[in-house]
Design a protein around this ligand. Structure first.
Ligand SMILES: [Fe+2]
Ligand SMILES: [Fe+2]
Length: 195
């Protein structure tokens, strides 16, 4: 029955008036709302981009780390939808130019590295960490803004996501430092084998 990680105790219709009256129309409230739309777009697009990265990765270790984070990302989208509800706004995505650029960079790294190489994994890890760092900056700011605006329930949800992004960043660093960077270094020159 209770199949979500976060207990959603608020009834759907009543959630618009939680601890206050939702988001109003001050400049800061509008800014907060815009940031929510931006990261909502980013997370949704990551659920399309991450599976491609997972398929392109060489090692099972990296594939499985990305797989875990795809599942988390789906949960993060759900949390953002709860936040929209808490602040009394419809869940809406607005194109995030920064995340679009970071995703494109990741795709070109895949194109430019050899399939099955450890160097490709090094590249995918770096690209993924750029994604995580952008998310950490965004959620860090959103948590603090939500607290400033007196929306503690929203802040708590955003904090849960922030913790997941930070943990993912740490996991990726560990994978790189424990194995992949060293193995990639052993690959030496690129072998352009003719087929
Ligand atoms: Fe995320
Ligand atoms: Fe993430």
């Amino acid at each position: 029955m209770a199949n979500t990680k976060t207990p959603a105790k608020t009834a759907k219709k009543k959630a618009a008036q939680p601890s206050g009256a939702g988001l109003g129309n001050t400049q800061l409230e509008k800014f907060f709302h815009d940031c929510l739309k931006d990261i909502y777009w980013a997370e949704k697009n990551l659920t399309k981009a991450l599976p491609k990265m997972m398929k392109a990765a060489t090692t099972d270790e990296l594939k499985s780390a990305i797989e875990t984070h795809i599942e988390e990302t789906v949960g993060q989208i759900g949390r953002l939808e709860q936040v929209f509800e808490i602040v009394g706004k419809k869940a809406q995505a607005k194109k995030c130019e920064a995340m679009e650029g970071i995703i494109k960079e990741g795709e070109s790294i895949v194109e430019e590295t050899e399939a099955g190489s450890m160097t490709r994994d090094v590249g995918i890890i770096m690209a993924s960490q750029k994604v995580e760092h952008y998310e950490i900056a965004t959620y860090g700011g959103l948590v603090s803004l939500a607290r400033t605006l007196g929306m503690d329930d929203a802040a708590d949800l955003l904090q849960e996501t922030l913790d997941e992004e930070k943990q993912t960043d740490i996991t990726l660093s560990e994978i790189a430092e424990n194995n992949i960077n060293w193995e990639a270094e052993q690959e030496g020159e690129s072998e352009e084998e003719e087929e």
